[in-house]
Ligand binder design. Structure first.
Ligand code: WQD
Length: 340
């Protein structure tokens, strides 16, 4: 594979997972162009990426909701593949503003795919989520677990996105891989990029680090009456760098035409579940700080437990999560301490 000639578009490339994936793409010798509308990311992330790899990715500030701008982009860029992160991702917000989510997550995907097919760009990696499984009946969760009706418009946009892509692969030469992420956390070891939630964090780890840093008064633990060992909900927290590397493995699979189907799905997690209280304990250990938290009622829409069966990704992508929960929490804490 002539990587020097392989130019990859990363949409949402200044976001949390996108920026870490750009770093890994550049480390692997790919040329990268980023599209980001900066609605949920900061331009400084471009400097962070550049300071890690020494290569400044091409950056185009562009709103994928503007169909004509997407068309112009593809007319002016010869690319070999797309990794698509750009989307709104807050579960709670999606319940309050469903149309914002259907426009920003679905209309943009359609415009992107239309231009890819028209310009014969046939390698596509899609950012999906374990949320498509809802509360799985069996754990760990395999890719054959049934897709349950979505608990939120956000989750629905991931399910619909997968279906739209699947249908497009059937009607064109497009070949695609959907990576179903579990819970991405942590940041790059250089502490030059990490998670940058804008406003009050919705997710657990940024809320934990902001509480430990004194930005938030206390962490509210949403429920300790779940049917788990310690009563708190269980998730599969995967280091964002391991997750980023899974995208490279998936991209190489398509570029070398090693995929076995035109549309493939892989669960990307560590395979290990951790409860909220276990995460808190691990964080206190790595940060050497006592975390101020209070147990409150369950959060609407939360599931009890989710962790991945990663056999398929291990065997087919030759990809393995290598970093631990503690590694991720340590990098998240170091990143938090760097924030002014
Ligand atoms: C994790 C656990 C909470 C905050 C969601 C989306 C998923 C992906 C990641 C985008 C749960 C508990 C949380 C807090 C808490 N989104 N919690 N207090 O809900 O598993 O997944 O975010 O890519 O698609 O569904 O992640 O980090 O919000 O919650 O007790 O202040 O932490 O109840 O058990 P979640 P989360």
């Amino acid at each position: 594979m002539n990587k020097e000639k392989t130019k990859i578009l990363v949409t949402g490339g200044l976001g949390f997972i996108g920026s870490h994936t750009v770093v890994e793409l550049q480390n692997e010798g790919f040329e990268v162009v980023i599209i980001d509308d900066l609605s949920n990311s900061k331009i400084e992330v471009l400097d962070g990426i550049t300071s890690i790899t020494g290569i400044k990715p091409e950056f185009v500030q562009l709103d994928l909701k503007d169909k004509n701008l997407v068309k112009d982009f593809f007319e002016n860029h010869k690319i070999n593949g797309v990794i698509h992160f750009a989307a709104s991702k807050a579960v709670g917000e999606s319940v309050e503003q469903p149309l914002k989510y259907y426009e920003n997550n679905i209309a943009t995907l359609v415009y992107l795919l239309q231009e890819m097919v028209k310009n014969e760009v046939y390698n596509f990696i899609f950012s999906s989520s374990c949320t498509v499984y809802g509360q799985a009946d069996e754990l760990p969760i395999t890719e054959n677990a049934p897709i349950k009706s979505a608990e939120s418009p956000y989750g629905n946009t991931k399910q619909m996105g997968e279906e739209i892509i699947t249908d497009t692969t059937k009607a064109s030469n497009l070949q695609a891989i959907a990576l179903r992420y579990f819970n991405p956390i942590g940041g790059h070891e250089s502490i030059k990029i990490g998670e940058l939630p804008i406003g009050v964090p919705q997710n657990l780890i940024p809320f934990v680090t902001q509480t430990a840093a004194g930005i938030r008064k206390e962490l509210l633990v949403f429920g300790d009456d779940y049917p788990t060992d310690d009563g708190t909900a269980i998730r599969d927290y995967i280091h964002v760098v391991d997750l980023a590397k899974a995208h490279i493995s998936a991209l190489k699979r398509l570029i070398t035409e090693s995929n076995k189907n035109k549309m493939e799905f892989f669960n990307i997690g560590t395979g290990k579940g951790s409860s909220v209280l276990e995460v808190i304990k691990a964080f206190e250990k790595v940060s050497n700080k006592k975390l101020n938290y209070k147990i409150v009622g369950r959060r609407e829409g939360d599931i009890v437990s989710a962790y991945a069966d990663t056999t398929l990704a291990n065997n087919e992508l030759d990809w393995y999560a290598k970093l631990t929960l503690e590694d991720a929490l340590e990098s998240a804490w170091k990143w938090q301490l760097k924030q002014v």
